[in-house]
Design a protein around this ligand. Structure first.
Ligand code: ACO
Length: 380
């Protein structure tokens, strides 16, 4: 029997599970880099698809490489009618993350099951998943309201096309740009729960659709991607700036987690939260002030005052919901927005994993009894 080489750590805290050159995070100084490039610089100068290319292939694309990649994605945006028909049978009240997880897994029914570490196989899967996931999210959002899905528009870029499929209205260029930056900010974040889940699934050499479906399931929980939806619920519950202090004090007294705060790695304000806050402010200039923003600012002030000494500050989920709300996106679609973007990071790790794969098979510390005799049912 293999002996455990280190102590059991709940949540695998501090245990490296991979060697990776995809992203770097410095939680003490609030730094996040994708392939060595600071997220703030990418947010100013790049686009989501260029960033996805960088994450997955490890370098910024040339003009031609980027144009080809964008073209391929545009050509693969449609989903097969079988998948649309299947989605029509989903209950309208079902959560969009469950709809997405099911439809992502369903893509595997149409494409090769066995993952191959070959450039062509990887490229096809990357293009299909990046192209089709937004279409499936928007299709479910339309179908649950009784509408036919809006077909993708070849004339719109990645972010603008998604907002168009979701709202049936072409967004303002600034709205599309802000959404694109949100996608970049959420695209990758080292060894988080959903990425680890993707890697465990990838390590069995199953298909990349199953890898993404696993990761979507993991992202859905309120301690991970689901927190952005919970932030809006919390701001609604608080209702006014005056209620912030008693609400937060009550949470702290009753050991209730304040959504959108705290992070396993960041012990300062998440750099993505800073950028998202600036984006929210730019959006409010375009579309009008949001009273929830005043509540959010007060929440951040009080939480920082009360919990800052424990290293608990606003994380990426705190301001993203306010941006999405202003873009006309419903709260239960916030986590699918995260998923659309994080597909890039999951696929980058999938590709990296395929190159050096060894199946994940950790160990456990058994704490149960041993050698217990079986007791017949009539004697229990
Ligand atoms: N509100 C109040 N207290 C908190 C919070 C919070 N949001 N986060 C951590 N704490 C406290 C805990 O109560 C605990 O206190 P204690 O030592 O007195 O018992 C201490 O800080 C450590 O908390 P853990 O939950 O053990 O920290 P961990 O690293 O395991 O969890 C997590 C990190 C899950 C993100 C946590 O901070 C949390 O639940 N936050 C709220 C949910 C959230 O916003 N999630 C999104 C994270 S970002 C992302 O996944 C994209």
């Amino acid at each position: 029997m293999t002996k455990p080489s280190c102590e059991y750590q709940p949540g695998l805290e501090g245990i490296p599970v991979a060697q990776s050159s995809i992203s770097f995070v410095d939680g003490k100084n609030g730094i996040l880099e994708y392939r060595g490039i600071n997220i703030e610089e990418l947010a100013q100068k790049s686009t989501f698809l260029e960033t996805a290319y960088l994450l997955i292939w490890g370098k910024l694309p040339t003009k031609d490489e980027l144009a080809n990649f964008q073209d391929e994605i545009t050509r693969h945006r449609r989903v097969k009618y079988h998948i649309r028909d299947m989605m029509k049978c989903f209950p309208e009240s079902g959560h969009p993350m469950d709809a997405l997880q099911t439809s992502a897994a369903a893509l595997g029914l149409f494409y090769s099951r066995r993952a191959l570490a070959k450039e062509e196989y990887i490229r096809d899967a990357v293009v299909r998943l990046l192209a089709k996931i937004p279409t499936m999210v928007a299709a479910f959002a339309q179908m649950r309201m009784g509408n036919d899905p809006v077909q993708p528009s070849d004339n719109l870029n990645y972010a603008a096309n998604f907002l168009y499929m979701l709202t049936e209205k072409e967004p303002e260029p600034l709205e599309a740009r802000i959404f694109d930056v949100c996608l970049m900010l959420h695209a990758e974040h080292t060894m988080n729960a959903s990425t680890f889940s993707a890697m465990v699934t990838a390590s069995t050499l199953t298909d990349p659709y199953a890898v993404v479906a696993s990761a979507v399931g993991t992202l859905a929980g309120p301690l991970h991607g689901g927190a952005n939806e919970e932030v809006l619920v919390m701001l609604e519950e608080i209702g006014s700036v005056e209620n912030v202090r008693p609400y937060i004090e009550d949470c702290i007294e009753n050991k209730k987690k304040i959504m959108g705060f705290g992070h396993r790695v960041y012990k300062v304000k998440d750099p993505r939260a800073k950028i998202l806050q600036q984006l929210a402010e730019r959006l409010f200039e375009l579309t009008g002030h949001d009273e929830y923003y005043d509540i959010a600012l007060e929440v951040e002030k009080v939480v920082t005052e009360k919990l800052g000494h424990k290293g608990i500050y606003a994380n990426v989920d705190f301001y993203s919901g306010l941006v999405y709300r202003k873009l006309g996106i419903k709260p239960d679609l916030f986590t699918p927005m995260f998923a659309i973007s994080r597909v890039a990071g999951w696929l980058a790790h999938w590709k990296e994993q395929l190159a050096v794969n060894r199946i994940f098979r950790p160990t456990q510390v058994y704490i149960g009894d041993r050698g217990i005799p079986y007791v017949a049912i009539e004697d229990r």
